[in-house]
Design a protein around this ligand. Structure first.
Ligand SMILES: [Fe+2]
Ligand SMILES: [Fe+2]
Length: 303
């Protein structure tokens, strides 16, 4: 019996047109599952300048109040779009893991998690009435899609369920704590509870499925790419300020305390890799210098 399952990550899957006969059936299924679907206005002031660290950045403070609002709106759209695409990838991941499951219990677990991801996708999409920004320019989403399409079961459990869903817990937690829109904050808190279950079960399953030699090589190569993205600091926040010279970008990265920003996230990454018992992968990342944050000048060179 084949252990290989081919899935498309589906970042560019289209939607059915309005009025399609399947739409009311999807709405009925969502209603039956208690999913909230009515569209909401985009919460353009969900996160303030201090959340992004922009209150410390001279290039942001110099902007007119209209431009400052635009920058915050752009950052909020980026955060919600990324979350929306991650939930789409969660659908592909849980479908693949359901088919790769080795027991009936595991298969049930992944099918239930798939329903969670479908709910998360609907509930985040409600806040994006014009749809999410394209995923094609987000290297983190593209890497995630590649891992889901190419990974084997033990590698996927370690990387997606333990490391990345664990990362998601911290990320959604900080988004929820700082969110100034009450409805969205409640939604993020609900998602957080589900993700804790997804991550926790990944830790249990990973402890029973050690990586083989070739799987470890593949997982380490993906972790190296992931760590390099984390090292590069808050690139999306600096990009939201619009075109800046290299010197201005370097100043912005320094004002955003990019080294402590990345150091905190690299420590989280290291802890999550350790939680699936992959101490050898940590050594590989350390040797490659990818667990050290880059300074402001290096972050500016990468943007
Ligand atoms: Fe999710
Ligand atoms: Fe999840």
């Amino acid at each position: 019996m084949s252990e290989r399952v081919r899935v498309r990550a589906g970042l560019s899957l289209g939607r059915l047109p309005a009025g399609h006969k399947l739409k009311p059936l999807l709405a009925a299924a969502a209603f039956k599952a208690g999913v909230e679907t009515p569209r909401l206005a985009f919460p353009d002031r969900a996160w303030d300048a201090a959340f992004h660290g922009l209150d410390r950045v001279g290039a942001y403070r110099k902007l007119s109040s209209t431009r400052r609002k635009d920058v915050l709106k752009h950052c909020a759209k980026g955060l919600l779009s990324e979350s929306c695409h991650i939930e789409k990838l969660g659908l592909a991941f849980t479908a693949k893991m359901s088919l790769l499951s080795r027991t009936e219990d595991e298969r049930q677990l992944y099918a239930l998690f798939a329903a969670d991801e479908a709910r998360h996708l609907s509930e985040i999409s409600r806040y994006l009435p014009d749809g999410p920004s394209a995923a094609s320019e987000n290297p983190f989403l593209l890497l995630l899609g590649e891992i889901i399409e190419r990974g084997d079961k033990p590698g996927l459990t370690a990387l997606i369920q333990v490391v990345l869903e664990g990362w998601g817990l911290t990320h959604y937690g900080s988004l929820a704590r700082a969110c100034r829109d009450e409805g969205l904050r409640r939604t993020l808190r609900r998602i957080l509870k589900d993700e804790a279950l997804h991550h926790g079960s990944g830790v249990v399953i990973a402890s029973t499925e050690p990586l083989g030699r070739s799987e470890r090589r593949e997982v380490e190569a993906w972790l190296l790419r992931l760590a390099r993205m984390v090292q590069a600091g808050p690139q999306a926040v600096v990009a939201a300020l619009g075109p800046l010279s290299r010197r201005e970008r370097e100043k912005a990265f320094a004002e955003l305390s990019c080294e402590s920003h990345s150091a905190e996230r690299l420590a989280l990454l290291r802890g999550l890799i350790a939680s699936c018992g992959e101490t050898r992968a940590i050594e590989t990342l350390e040797k490659a210098g990818t667990l050290r944050p880059l300074d402001a000048a290096a972050c500016a060179r990468l943007s």
